[in-house]
Ligand binder design. Sequence first.
Ligand SMILES: [Fe+2]
Length: 204
Amino acid sequence: MPDVNELDITEHSMTGDASARVIETLQDRLVSLIDLHLTLKHVHWNVVGMNFIAIHEMLDPQVDTVRAQTDAVAERIAILGGEPKGTPGAVVELRRWNDYELDRAPSVQHLAALDDVYSGVIADHRSAIKEVGDLDPITQDLLIGHTGDLELLQWFIRAHLMDATGDVVHRTLTTSRETPAVAPVTPSTTKCAVEAREPSFPPV
Ligand SMILES: [Fe+2]
């Protein structure tokens, strides 16, 4: 029977510095995903107007998917020897963007704002995929899988905003994850196909 105090439980081949860098990246992604699933639930409660039930019921499975991603990312941090931080205070302290601004609002405004939120999360995930690529392919594989799922969920959102040509309509101004504000939709400004913030992924 081995002495548990003498066991070397470091089973991966990463250096301490590499692990620390991967953990830091994963912690940032964990905060982003916690923020995202809470925001999706917030919209589930506050969306009103046409297509209410479609949007309301579409969002709960998205909450479940993103929440499962937070679990996988947090446990990867723990596997690498880190301490995943998931308290409300940690999320507020560590996040790099403003809080979602809309409360009760029409579905088109929430959808446009959520589209922008997803663009920010996905862009940051893609950056994280590059950062960890040379350090930990297992973490990279995890983030690649999550990013594919997030892009699918964003398409569910964005498809509501598209016309038959594939242009994104009903966007009255461009928004960013750092300033997720959406202006009221008016008939004269209901079409804006291009986002000022260039997404780092192919348009869906
Ligand atoms: Fe509900």
